[in-house]
Design a protein around this ligand. Structure first.
Ligand SMILES: Cc1cc2nc3c(=O)[nH]c(=O)nc-3n(C[C@H](O)[C@H](O)[C@H](O)COP(=O)(O)OP(=O)(O)OC[C@H]3O[C@@H](n4cnc5c(N)ncnc54)[C@H](O)[C@@H]3O)c2cc1C
Ligand code: SF4
Length: 587
């Protein structure tokens, strides 16, 4: 192992979270080294318009994702089963390379609601402690909306997020989301123009008394220059968006909004194709001293640092902590230990509507254009007597439907042959769907741990996922999808397919890449791993940043909150930690 000169800060992972913190700390004048497992990615070279519109390469063959032969997870539904490795990605799509999963994300950029940050307290106050189902392990975040709001704003300004605010400083605005927390300002760019499907949905929702709003989106609607001086161009609804990089500099990611500025700073260095193997600590275990990593030649290096930031996405954040012996591994039998606890997912539900005589031109679209309603999300409706908590964001977002993957077929279509072909031809243009991206609440037996049987190419245990949907979430899915079906019926389709999440979690079909928890934030070290600044309890110069910090998952996409938490951690380091290194609980 070769040892490099010490640096002020080492950042593991150069996706959204890592790039935000690296840039903030470089602005502070610190020497920052970013270490990224995957290759360097760049819009002009990697996402060129001449080559990026390739569904086979990017969707079917998962070009931008981590290769499972390099690292994967094992999965099981409950602790009595033996977990097996995921040899192809299905359920979720982890990123790899500069920009991380932010290159191929869809761009939907919600803020969580104020109640979410004190979910357990909120539900207890409104319904009483006994109303919360015994299976759920809900938790407050140890922070508040008021503390988060300025950092949501920072993230949206960097990303150029488009939308229409429903609540500015307490003043409600018709046309925006009436359920969002009070914002200090509007979105940086106006909402995207709405295609036909979302327009029809919004009309139907309005007729039923709901308040539809444009889905907030980090695909910019007009030319925009962010606070780092990086310019983005308006989205053209090219339809090659989710699972692809954007050729048009319209989809915000670390590579379109931060790295062009960060790479110009002399006090920042990036190592790519370099996988961090371990976070090192001193003999007390209370001080991180750096990391070890392996480069593409197979050489191992030690990078000493005063400050270590882990921003390697939920799974690898937790795995690195377990492999490095930091924190105590969670044990679902004793309910002791915090590393790995409160793993949660997202509950995906859908209603497909088949029409005659409508043309949605489904090949036109964007990952995050659409209209939504929030009447059945989170605790926006009265849960008294319903027997579950949580809810979902109901919306129509035509992402652009490419020919291999998109095959809208009505019920009872034969699986092959001339009738199958005819049905596909007849329905391709005239089908739309309404999604409901819903909450996932944690249980005691949903957790992350090291697998005792399967190892990566370096001989280190894979991460083991033990997860199944809580009965609470399946009840919620039935209820909310029923509400979606009511709206769909009012749109008079010829036929429809109603698909709430049912049964056990399967790792095979794609559902969502919104995996959260495992190294959660809170105010009590016995039930959380990091404090409200994302600083590891007991190892004050180590910060673990990302959706791994979420104690549960609301019915929203996570990245607005991942970005806000990264800015929040950077703010705490810049304004408190560097002045007085040590624990910052009361800062
Ligand atoms: C298909 C898809 C659609 C999505 N759509 C949305 C959406 O619409 N809205 C939304 O809010 N979210 C969406 N997401 C989720 C979003 O992409 C993530 O929340 C976001 O990318 C998380 O940022 P991050 O920086 O925490 O992690 P990542 O973006 O995953 O970055 C982590 C980086 O760390 C690197 N890394 C990992 N391990 C190591 C190691 N050991 N050593 C060195 N480097 C390492 C990885 O290679 C990666 O580049 C979507 C995700 C996918 C896959
Ligand atoms: S739909 Fe818009 S943001 Fe998405 S890849 Fe195309 S141009 Fe870029």
């Amino acid at each position: 192992m070769k040892k490099l000169p010490k640096t002020d800060v080492v950042v593991i992972g150069l996706g959204w979270a890592g790039a935000i913190i690296a840039n903030e700390l470089a602005d502070e004048g610190l020497e920052v080294v970013g270490i990224e497992r995957g290759p360097w990615r760049d819009t002009a070279r990697d996402f060129n318009i001449g080559t990026v519109t390739d569904e086979l390469r990017y969707v079917m063959r998962e070009e931008l994702m981590l290769r499972t032969r390099q690292n994967t997870c094992t999965m099981r539904n409950n602790p009595s089963q033996t977990a097996l490795p995921m040899r192809t990605w299905g359920s979720f799509h982890p990123g790899n390379g500069t920009g991380g999963a932010g290159n191929h994300w869809a761009g939907i950029t919600f803020r969580f609601q104020p109640e979410e940050f004190r979910l357990k307290s909120h539900l207890t106050e409104r319904y009483g402690a006994s109303a919360i189902p015994d299976e759920l392990v809900l938790q407050d975040w140890g922070t508040s909306w008021e503390e988060m709001e300025p950092h949501y704003m920072q993230f949206e300004r960097v990303a150029g997020t488009s939308g229409y605010a429903g609540n500015i400083q307490g003043e409600k605005r018709p046309g925006g989301n009436p359920f969002e927390g009070a914002r200090s300002g509007d979105y940086p760019t106006p909402p995207l123009r709405q295609p036909y499907g979302p327009t029809l949905f919004a009309e139907a929702a309005r007729n039923m008394g709901y308040q539809p709003f444009p889905v907030p989106s980090s695909l910019v609607s007009e030319a925009y220059t962010n606070p780092y001086g990086v310019t983005m161009g308006p989205c053209t609804f090219c339809g090659f968006c989710t699972n692809y990089g954007c050729a048009n500099y319209s989809k915000a990611s670390a590579i379109t909004t931060i790295l062009p500025a960060l790479m110009r700073k002399e006090n920042f260095t990036a190592y790519t194709n370099s996988e961090v193997l371990e976070v090192l600590t001193d003999s007390t275990g209370r001080q991180a001293t750096g990391v070890t990593y392996i480069d593409s030649s197979g050489d191992k290096w030690e990078q000493p640092a005063d400050l270590v930031i882990v921003a390697a996405f939920t799974f690898e954040n937790v795995r690195l902590m377990l492999l490095s012996g930091i924190g105590k591994a969670y044990d679902p039998v004793t309910n002791q230990g915090t590393t790995g606890r409160n793993y949660a997912y997202q509950t995906a539900n859908n209603v497909t509507l088949f029409f005659d005589n409508k043309n949605f031109n489904p090949f036109i679209g964007a990952g995050a254009v659409g209209m939504g309603i929030d009447e059945f999300n989170n605790d926006n409706f009265d849960h008294s007597g319903l027997g579950f908590f949580g809810g979902g964001s109901i919306r129509v977002t035509p992402i652009g439907s490419a020919p291999i993957g998109y095959r809208p077929l009505p019920p009872n279509t034969p699986k092959w042959g001339a009738k199958w072909k005819r049905a596909l031809k007849d329905n391709y243009l005239s089908t739309m769907s309404i999604g409901c991206e819903a909450s996932s609440y944690t249980t005691r037996t949903n957790y992350l741990s090291l697998d005792p049987n399967y190892k990566d190419p370096h001989g280190r245990p894979l991460l083991r996922i033990t997860f199944d949907f809580a009965a609470n979430d399946l009840k919620m899915a039935q209820y909310c999808t029923g509400k979606v079906a009511d709206i769909a019926k009012s749109m008079n389709p010829r036929e429809m397919i109603v698909k709430p999440m049912t049964g056990h979690w399967s790792s095979v079909p794609y559902q969502s890449s919104h995996v959260v928890g495992g190294f959660i934030m809170g105010s009590d070290p016995s039930t959380s791993s990091v404090n409200k600044h994302l600083q590891v309890w007991d190892v004050p110069n180590l910060f673990v940043v990302g959706a791994s910090a979420f104690p549960q998952n609301p019915g929203y996409n996570p990245t607005g909150t991942v970005g806000a938490l990264a800015f929040k951690a950077a703010h705490a380091i810049r304004h408190f930690y560097l002045k007085r290194p040590g624990e910052m609980i009361s800062a």
